[in-house]
Write a protein that binds this ligand. Structure first.
Ligand SMILES: [Zn+2]
Length: 678
């Protein structure tokens, strides 16, 4: 039910060998330096294409793994190591489930059942049958709504989404938020664009829906007719969705209603039944992100034949479980979503899928073992010291801003001072004792885990915010900023090389991890995050003049990214990526300032000055190879720009970068008009 990352949580990432022409050094280089230098292409001109210069060596010899849609030098390599660690852990737990405590048995059984392909094949659709029966028994449109509530809890995205999140005006109170949802494709654009490639993908989607329904027992002609009606329905639903970039503006997505208000605005939905099905019948306060979308959805449902709605629910239930079902369902799901939507050529081996499934089911159980092994010593203290440097440097930047008046600056500094940090892992681990797992029924386990997760979130509704909550697991290679709680969170998973290591010089640690920390901090001051005050409330603390100056600067960044062409004819959507782009720019600037202060005299290596090495380290965090389908999905629906623009965009705006590489004005990495926000 609640998406893993609600709308407001701002994450870091969504995820012929050339030899560098360097003189052989008299002394052998340390390992970190060999890794950095070997991944560059020093024959490229850093002022023309710095991404090529920093990443060319790595890109030339890195093939996209067949089971991945995208592969990044830092994120993916660390994630792979983390996954391998969890793999060994889960194999041990599955072999000896009784060796330790109940959580150990829980994860061992879950993983073991997931690996048991014979049992999964034999079970077929048995575990889903009660829900499938409820759908086919649906006789009256009024009975639709409890079913929609139940399906949402088990991961079927139907009609709209519910999220559990703080109230924007009173973040210490947790409330329910309604958002647009219910599409089988990643974004409304996939239905509404009429270029040949988009039309082909939509036709392929219809075939895929029919294939899944056929596998579930429908006659082929009936399945084809249902699929056609489902895609027509989803296309109309897509028309009710606002463009994704509009959902990024909190002031436009805050429409808090009480129950009577919601029932008056959208009377054809039985809200009481929908809430009761989720165990929260007494909810009185609900925020509706897009009232137009919710009204449009309700009107569409009202005017749609019940048989079409039933086919639509059936399809979404099957699709939500297809990757967990037997081989035929899995293959059909992969052939469409894996290959055609994301560009992932081969499926992952079963063990990887089962590690992921177990991690989704009980992330903090695995996380506890992960940090015991992988996050020891003084890792937390060292990361915290670095965060403090970054916060300090951001404040110094604020003091020097010439476009911000004193009153606004004062509150900005207060917001910086009020910022909270979470590093490594939660102080309080989640309790999974209510999650019942069997040793031999994978789909039943997935159902139980999804209900357990939804229950846990729904139980927060109407209660004060629990400050111990983490929105990511410790093993994730990512980070986030939460504007309602004004806090940055850095899981243990990302605090590893090449982002961060005691054995690396400051240039690398600050260039890579420092920029990540600066990125998260800057989210508190991006076009969305700036709308929240030091206490996370959506109140205006800016002077009108400062708002005007900020918006001019943000518009510069938006124009810059609009100009980036990811694929012929496919431009980055500067409005959609604006928050991330401002965070990237602020992040690397802040990290540079912090690094210079902490390490004023650091040395370079192998012909690179220390400043050059800092910028190479920043860029190398983003070296990526990816499938064109994946890149298209990112550009259409993800608030992060493709990796190469996250390097080229921010660095081309920095004077420190221009100086480090002596880039003349007018080169691509030193345009005449540069942008500066923080
Ligand atoms: Zn971000």
């Amino acid at each position: 039910m609640p998406a893993l990352l609600p709308l407001l949580v701002l994450s870091l990432a969504s995820c012929g060998e050339k030899t560098a022409p360097v003189e052989a050094a008299a002394d052998p280089l340390p390992d970190w330096a060999n890794a950095v230098i070997g991944d560059m292409d020093r024959s490229a001109d850093p002022c023309q294409d710095f991404y090529r210069y920093a990443c060319g060596g790595w890109m030339d010899r890195t093939e996209l793994p067949a089971d991945k849609p995208s592969w990044t030098r830092s994120f993916s390599v660390i994630a792979d190591q983390n996954r391998e660690f969890l793999h060994q852990l889960l194999e041990r737990a599955a072999a000896e489930p009784d060796a330790k405590d109940a959580d150990w048995a829980r994860m061992g059984h879950f993983y073991g059942a997931c690996m048991d392909v014979d049992a999964i094949e034999k079970a077929g659709l048995t575990d889903l049958q009660p829900e499938l029966d409820r759908i086919s028994a649906l006789a009256d449109a009024r009975d639709l709504w409890p079913l929609v509530g139940e399906l949402g809890m088990i991961g079927a995205d139907v009609l709209f989404t519910g999220e559990v999140e703080g109230d924007f005006l009173d973040p210490q109170l947790t409330i329910l938020h309604l958002g647009p949802g219910g599409l089988g494709l990643p974004d409304r654009d996939y239905y509404l664009k009429d270029d040949p490639a988009s039309k082909q993908l939509l036709a392929d989607y219809e075939k895929h829906v029919a294939a899944i329904l056929t596998l579930a027992g429908d006659a082929p002609e009936a399945a084809a007719a249902s699929a056609s009606a489902i895609v027509a329905f989803e296309t109309k639903l897509a028309e009710t969705h606002p463009p994704r970039e509009e959902l990024r503006d909190p002031s436009k997505t805050y429409h808090r209603l009480d129950r009577a208000g919601l029932e008056e605005q959208v009377p054809s939905v039985d809200w009481g039944a929908w809430l009761a099905a989720q165990g929260i019948p007494d909810v009185t306060t609900i925020n509706v992100y897009s009232p137009e979308a919710t009204k449009g959805m309700a009107e569409l449902v009202r005017s749609t034949d019940l048989d079409v709605l039933k086919a639509y629910l059936r399809w979404h239930l099957l699709s939500a479980f297809a990757p967990q079902l037997g081989q035929a369902f899995f293959d059909e799901d992969h052939a469409f979503y894996g290959v055609k939507v994301y560009g992932q050529q081969e499926p992952e081996p079963r063990w990887k899928r089962c590690v992921r499934a177990t991690s989704r089911a009980m992330g903090e159980v695995l996380g506890r073992y992960f940090v015991e092994e992988k996050f020891g010593g003084d890792s937390k203290e060292r990361a915290l010291a670095m965060v403090e440097d970054i916060e300090q440097a951001f404040g110094e930047g604020l003091e020097q801003l010439d476009w911000m008046d004193e009153a606004t600056r004062k509150v900005a500094l207060e917001k910086r001072d009020a910022l909270g940090n979470k590093i490594g892992y939660p102080d309080k681990w989640r309790d999974y004792s209510g999650l019942e797992v069997t040793a031999d029924d994978h789909v039943a386990n997935v159902l139980a885990a999804r209900r357990h997760e939804a229950r846990w979130w729904l139980d927060q509704v109407g209660k004060p915010h629990d400050p111990t909550i983490w929105y990511m697991t410790p093993q994730m290679v990512n980070a986030y900023y939460h504007p309602l709680f004004n806090e940055m969170v850095f899981p243990a998973g990302i605090l590893q090389p090449p982002f961060f290591a005691a054995s690396q010089p400051g240039t690398l640690n600050y260039g890579a991890m420092g920029s990540v920390m600066g990125h998260e901090l800057s989210h508190g001051f991006d076009d969305s995050g700036r709308q929240f005050d030091p206490h996370g409330r959506m109140v205006q603390w800016w002077s009108d003049e400062a708002v005007k100056n900020f918006e001019e600067r943000a518009a510069c960044v938006e124009r810059q990214f609009d100009g980036f062409e990811a694929q012929p004819g496919l431009h980055v959507n500067g409005k959609l990526t604006l928050g991330e782009d401002i965070a990237d720019l602020g992040g690397v600037r802040t990290a540079y300032r912090a690094w210079k202060k902490r390490y004023p005299d650091e040395a370079g290596v192998a012909g690179l000055t220390a400043d050059q090495l800092f910028f190479v380290a920043y860029a190398q965090a983003w070296c990526t190879v990816s499938a064109p389908e994946y890149e298209k999905m990112l550009v259409t629906s993800d608030p992060h720009a493709p990796a190469r623009f996250r390097v080229i965009g921010p660095l081309s705006n920095l004077d420190e970068f221009h100086e480090a590489f002596s880039c003349p004005v007018g080169t691509p990495m030193h345009p005449e008009n540069t942008c500066e926000v923080w």
